[in-house]
Every structure is written in structure tokens, then in C-alpha cells.
Design a protein. Structure first.
Length: 178
């Protein structure tokens, strides 16, 4: 199920960002296994993605190549990551809505205090639902593991502020049929 596919045809940068997001996640999975004690993060945009963390450039290059290959082979779950902002947004948004709903109409402090157990229950429910919702949103909205038309152009070591980083740049590969 690819909900944004029609919009992605109209706005190609959106599809490209979703593909980069998937490749970023897959790369982070691979790097995290190779460097289990290194804090790593990523960020995607229409031109590629960033890997934030102190890892060697050759390791990033190898991880990106392996991630691309494994996504191509159908390991689409590599495109989903538990540390994705989509998960945090889904969970935080649900928890905020739970609080608003639970306290709706309570004008006095006493009314709010009386509703506190309800708000706690609704917030816990939001936390339980938020994680699978976040993964579902990643699958259908924020990532696209179909990366066959992406070609990695460069993996460049750089910095994001004070953080060591790598910029992964891609381009679209067009195939012609004769």
C-alpha cells in the first residue's frame, strides 16, 4: 500500500525524499550492527540523506551499498526504524490528543484532578498504540523502499554543526527501453 504514490507523481521531490528516508533507515540498521556502541542518526531530503555519527567513510559507503542491495532484494522492513521521528510524532501526537480529550470541559483544578486517572489511562493507551501506528505510517507514508531508480553519487564526510556526519547524495537513474 503506497498512499502517496499519486502525489509523488505530481511532486517528484516527495517520492525521492521517501526513497532516501528508506535507504537512510536501512543504512542505519547496517551501521548500528557494525558499530553497536556508536550513537547514530539520520536525516533525509530530496537530494539524499545525512548519516550523523563518528563512523569511517568507507563503512558508510559499504553500508549504503549493502542497504540499497538488500532493499532491492525485497528486504523492505529495513526501511522501517524504531528511532524514526515518525514514531515519535505518532506517539507524542496521540498522547497529546489523549490529554486534551481527557481534560476537555474540565474548567476547575478539582475537575482536572478528578480526571487525572482517565488522562493517565488514555495516555498509556496512546503510548501502546503509537509505536505500531508509527511503523504503519513509515510503511505507507514516510518511506518508499523501492529504490531501483536511485544511484548513489557520493558519500562525503562532513559535519552538521559540531557533529561528525556523512552526506549521501543520489541521482535518479532513467532506464530506456528499446
Amino acid at each position: 500500500m503506497r498512499l502517496l504514490e499519486p502525489l509523488g507523481r505530481a511532486l517528484p521531490f516527495l517520492n525521492r525524499t521517501r526513497q532516501h528516508h528508506a535507504l537512510e533507515h536501512a543504512t542505519l540498521h547496517i551501521l548500528s550492527r557494525r558499530f553497536p556502541n556508536k550513537p547514530l542518526a539520520g536525516h533525509s531530503d530530496a537530494g539524499g540523506f545525512w548519516i550523523l555519527g563518528a563512523v569511517p567513510t568507507d563503512a558508510v559507503e559499504q553500508a549504503v551499498a549493502e542497504a540499497w542491495e538488500r532493499l532491492q532484494r525485497g528486504e523492505h522492513d529495513l526501511a522501517l526504524h524504531p528511532g524514526c521521528g515518525t514514531n515519535y510524532l505518532a506517539t507524542g501526537g496521540l498522547a497529546a490528543l489523549a490529554g486534551l480529550f481527557g481534560f476537555a470541559g474540565a474548567r476547575r483544578w478539582r475537575d482536572r484532578w478528578d480526571r487525572f486517572p482517565l488522562v493517565m489511562f488514555l495516555s498509556m493507551l496512546a503510548l501502546i498504540i503509537g509505536r505500531p501506528l508509527g511503523f504503519w505510517l513509515q510503511r505507507v507514508l514516510t518511506t518508499d523502499p523501492h529504490v531501483a531508480d536511485l544511484e548513489v553519487v557520493a558519500v562525503q564526510p562532513t559535519r552538521r554543526g559540531r557533529l561528525p556526519a556523512h552526506r549521501v547524495t543520489t541521482r535518479r537513474v532513467t532506464t530506456t527501453t528499446a
